[in-house]
Design a protein around this ligand. Structure first.
Ligand code: KIV
Length: 259
């Protein structure tokens, strides 16, 4: 999957599946599952690092995780998030950060949060031949300004303006997070680039979910997250069984030992 293939999917009427992954283990699994794209999201700050927001994640950490994912991925498009404050200072800072991501990880493109407020930055990165995915609606990096995460964005005109600004600036696709389904569907109809929804209904061109959430590995619950498996329960049971077997002397058996 390349960026042009991803963009073409919209006119071909193909729905796009995107999932987050943060290392070679899960990147390889997502790639084997044949997803269209893998997002190395800065959600890793919460999911992997256990922090309460994505704000502390650094560019070096994103590059570290992006590189791990890239080692395992053969065919899916790989998108790496630009973390908070790695592109806010100036468009020049944004090009430098994006250039590091592309050169040091080998990923296909970067993602940043913003629409109207980041249009100049998106255009500057795109002018350096680095494809940019935008992200509007609920922007986790704006948590301090929004007051809390998971806040549904309701101003239809502002959302449409953000999405159009990102498209006009040259973004090749756009994440729509926590936008009422009819508004996300309208944005999707009005844009020529693919929209990738999360908690924004079925009218988007594709969907993205946080991998560990949809696999039931995390304890995060939200209406929009369908758990396609309950891997946390399975893992807890397996580790408890192992622990019991060690304590009870049933493991290791002769079949697990060198003669
Ligand atoms: O960081 C992330 O995982 C994301 C998705 C939730 C879209 O931005």
């Amino acid at each position: 999957m390349t960026v042009p293939d991803f963009v073409a999917a919209k006119s071909q009427g193909k729905r796009l599946s995107v999932v987050t992954a943060y290392d070679a283990l899960w990147g390889g699994i997502a790639d084997a599952a044949d997803v269209d794209a893998i997002l190395v999201g800065d959600s890793l700050g919460m999911v992997v690092q256990g922090k309460s927001t994505t704000l502390p994640v650094t560019l070096d950490q994103m590059i570290y995780h992006g590189e791990m994912v890239m080692r395992a991925v053969q065919r899916s498009l790989v998108i790496v998030d630009l973390p908070f404050m790695s592109y806010h200072v100036s468009p020049q800072q944004a090009v430098k950060s994006s250039g590091r991501v592309i050169k040091e990880t080998g990923a296909d493109c970067v993602k940043l949060e913003g629409g109207v407020n980041q249009a100049r930055t998106i255009a500057t990165i795109v002018a350096a031949d680095i494809p940019v995915m935008a992200h509007v609606g609920m922007r986790p990096q704006a948590v301090r300004a929004l007051g809390r995460m998971s806040k549904i964005q309701r101003d239809e005109a502002a959302l449409l303006a953000d999405a159009k600004a990102a498209e006009d600036a040259g973004a090749f696709a756009i994440v729509l997070e926590l936008i009422a389904a009819p508004v996300a569907a309208k944005i999707t109809r009005e844009l020529s680039i693919p929209t990738i929804g999360i908690g924004s209904g079925e009218g988007c061109d594709g969907q993205v979910l946080v991998g560990p959430d949809m696999l039931g590995l995390t304890t995060f619950h939200a209406k929009y997250v369908k758990k396609f498996a309950e891997l946390r329960e399975i893992a807890i049971q397996a580790i408890a069984d192992y622990s019991k077997a060690v304590r009870g002397g049933q493991f290791p058996g002769p079949e697990h030992s060198h003669k």
